[in-house]
Design a protein around this ligand. Sequence first.
Ligand SMILES: Cc1cc2nc3c(=O)[nH]c(=O)nc-3n(C[C@H](O)[C@H](O)[C@H](O)COP(=O)(O)OP(=O)(O)OC[C@H]3O[C@@H](n4cnc5c(N)ncnc54)[C@H](O)[C@@H]3O)c2cc1C
Length: 385
Amino acid sequence: MLTALLQPLDHLSVLLYEKRDDYTRSRMVQLDPSLVADSVESFRELQSDQDDVEAIFHPLEIQEGVAFRTSIPADLRSLLQQWTLGFSPLNEIEHSLSSLISERQGNSVERLAVKMSEQDIAAAVEPDDIVIDCTGRNSLLRESLTTPGLSSDESQNTVNLELEHSLVITFLYDQSYSCNELCKYYKNSHNRTYKFIPSVARTFSDGNVSHVTGLVNISSEEAATIPQQCDGDWLRANRPEVAKSMDRFIDEIKGETHGEIVGDLNVLSIPLNLYRARNATNRLYLNKNELGYHFRQSPVILAGDSAIGSPYFQSISLGFECAMYLASLIGQPALADGEMLDLYETYIFKQWLRVYMRSKKIKHDKDIFERVDDKIALLELIHLY
Ligand SMILES: Cc1cc2nc3c(=O)[nH]c(=O)nc-3n(C[C@H](O)[C@H](O)[C@H](O)COP(=O)(O)OP(=O)(O)OC[C@H]3O[C@@H](n4cnc5c(N)ncnc54)[C@H](O)[C@@H]3O)c2cc1C
């Protein structure tokens, strides 16, 4: 996304290193419709955490964010519009972006299929280059951006909170279907434990097919006994109590809308982590004489999952917003490197505050939902003053 945003800028060229030959992750992902908001009013209306956004961002920042969205070239904007219609396969997003980049006029982007190390980047970097690490959750450079002068215990650059361990159960359903909180509650009314809490939306390509992603909370001890990936049959044979809860939910959907599941159920067992890089840039090292640091002359910036990661279907949208902001900074050649890094750090910290509050609230609401019929357990979750 960042490459596609930078490509039209005349004053720069992009070298894109990607270790994978092909994009094979077919999991369905959901993007936030506010990525294509075309006015401040529609942006505000589309925020589920509108108060938090207003509390954290200055109105001018919101206006600038919307102005950038409306300036996105039409080819890219129409892809974004398509993906925000509903769940899309991740590799469809990756393939479409790659095709768009290679089919555009001009040759300001060179793509190299190489697995880079920190040393490789240090050797390749030239004066006036900007290094942007988009290597995902296991970021290549995040831990090299520790705060100088702190002990190794204190200086870890990743702040990580494990919110829960979940089974992520996904399937396609051949009917248009939606599910509000009442529906989630009543379809779980016979599930005392292992409630199946779904996110349901149409698929981006076919409004009559719905994609369902259900999260089922499990303990980390249980997680140790379940493979990272399995199907519905494995679950029914090996964890019947979890499978029964899922099947009850599916039977309720079928009873109501008379449809069928298309293809297989996919089950993924993963920790849902919320994390950030304390330093999302090397501004503490830039033009300083820190021994052993490779990039003293060049800005280094973390973007996407390298900088912040969050559960509950938010990360790609955060990454895309972060790419938009970064492209708007890089699009101002008069901005000094130090100033650009300061602005980016402030922005990333604001995004972190926002996603931290939103994720904690979703987790809290999920905890309440799991115990809603048990008054004492419920009260234990609630702290008033
Ligand atoms: C089950 C599941 C469901 C999800 N659903 C959603 C959802 O609905 N909505 C949502 O917003 N998010 C969702 N996410 C999260 C989302 O997939 C990630 O946030 C997103 O893929 C991160 O994008 P990224 O580009 O930052 O990193 P990645 O997608 O991880 O891309 C990093 C890229 O860097 C390359 N790379 C890594 N190291 C090197 C190296 N050393 N040299 C060269 N190349 C390298 C990799 O090959 C890869 O292509 C989900 C995640 C999971 C696990």
